[in-house]
Ligand binder design. Structure first.
Ligand code: FA5
Length: 344
């Protein structure tokens, strides 16, 4: 009996120590199984009772029950304490949890090349004192043609294949030049404006032509505006847009009914010094049409051509972007292909 009493004491001590050392609910559960489980150390004491005398049973029996009961009570108290502690720890963690710090890997959008280039161009011209003009894409034949000195039967109408609408005298604008007379009618000289936007031409699509593309137009009207102002402006613009100093320009005669004289203006290739595939080994790139505003156009805009003169220029914005970013197919800019757009 003495041995059994000692064993009970040893188990009790070991159990109390194990409970004390349990710092997590998982540890505590292991201790419960070890001591209070069906085959645990306390349960294994029970069969030993049968070898004791009745008097001994009267002493050891209650002692065993007492051990079991107090072990269970201790277990429950410790369990409650650990649950409370785990809850407090969770609360403390939640307090510092910053939901905004979670940034899973995700793809972010970016501005389309058209938007990026338009902003860049507008900023260059705004820095030169220009303002932004706008005009409609669904336009009257008057602003798209007649006001620009392109009469009803003028052969130049065939130069720009037109989408005519079912509404009489309405077209999809074929050029941003439609803003010229609109702007003159709204503003008093001197003024300098640019306009970027979509234009439409009824043309077959290939790598360098689309039925919808973008242009941008410049128009400056004042008392002493000359071709040299136009050429200087073009050179400054090219240098800023292509971020290259000392670019050269050259002008050749060009025909547009709304300018006189009319010019085709080329830029020295910004990508090479002695010929490359972009400039087709010529060291020059054809970029822009322009000239001095025709007196008839000034008259349509209500401006006296004997007092004022002006210059106008028009770029293929799409072409400019393709050149700057070495894009060899115009359709890439228009088909919304994610893999292509992600590069910019
Ligand atoms: C014009 O549209 C004139 N309005 C430009 C102008 C303005 C001249 C002011 C003088 C004064 P043109 O038809 O050449 O000009 O077109 C201008 C540019 O648009 C071309 O150089 C070319 O880069 C671009 N372009 C023309 N057709 C297409 C097309 N189908 N797809 C893509 N770009 C085109």
């Amino acid at each position: 009996m003495k041995q059994l009493t000692l064993k009970i004491e040893r188990i009790d001590q070991a159990y109390q120590q194990a409970i004390k050392d349990s710092t997590t609910l998982e540890n505590l559960e292991l201790v419960r199984i070890q001591f209070l489980g069906r085959k645990g150390e306390i349960a294994q004491l029970m069969p030993l009772l049968k070898d004791l005398s009745t008097d001994e049973k009267r002493i050891i029996g209650p002692a065993l029950n007492q051990l079991k009961q107090s072990a269970e009570d201790t277990y429950l108290l410790k369990k409650e304490a650990l649950i409370a502690q785990a809850f407090e720890q969770q609360e403390a963690r939640n307090k510092d949890f910053d939901i905004t710090s979670y940034s899973p890997l995700k793809s972010t959008g970016s501005l389309h090349l058209y938007t990026q280039a338009t902003e860049k161009i507008e900023n260059i011209f705004l820095s030169m004192g220009y303002s932004i003009a706008d005009g409609p894409e669904v336009e009257t034949e008057f602003y798209n043609f007649e006001s620009l000195n392109i009469g009803k039967n003028h052969p130049a109408r065939d130069m720009q294949d037109t989408f005519f609408l079912n509404i009489p005298n309405m077209v999809l604008r074929t050029q941003t030049s439609n803003v010229q007379v609109r702007t003159m009618q709204k503003r008093k000289p001197p003024f300098a404006v640019i306009c970027t936007g979509k234009v439409y031409r009824n043309e077959a699509t290939d790598a360098s032509h689309d039925y919808m593309f973008r242009q941008f137009e410049g128009l400056v009207v004042g008392e002493t505006i000359s071709l040299s102002n136009l050429l200087a402006t073009m050179r400054l613009f090219f240098e800023k847009f292509f971020e290259k100093k000392n670019l050269k320009i050259r002008a050749r005669p060009g025909y547009f009914p709304f300018v006189e004289p009319g010019l085709e203006i080329d830029m020295s290739c910004p990508f090479c010094s002695n010929g490359c595939s972009t400039c087709k080994q010529s060291c020059w790139i054809e970029l822009v049409g322009g000239g001095l505003v025709h007196p008839n156009v000034l008259k349509h805009g209500g401006i006296d051509p004997t007092r004022y003169s002006g210059f106008a220029f028009g770029f293929g914005l799409t072409r400019l972007i393709m050149l700057k970013y070495s894009i060899n197919d115009i359709r890439l800019l228009h088909n919304g292909q994610k893999e292509f757009l992600e590069q910019f």
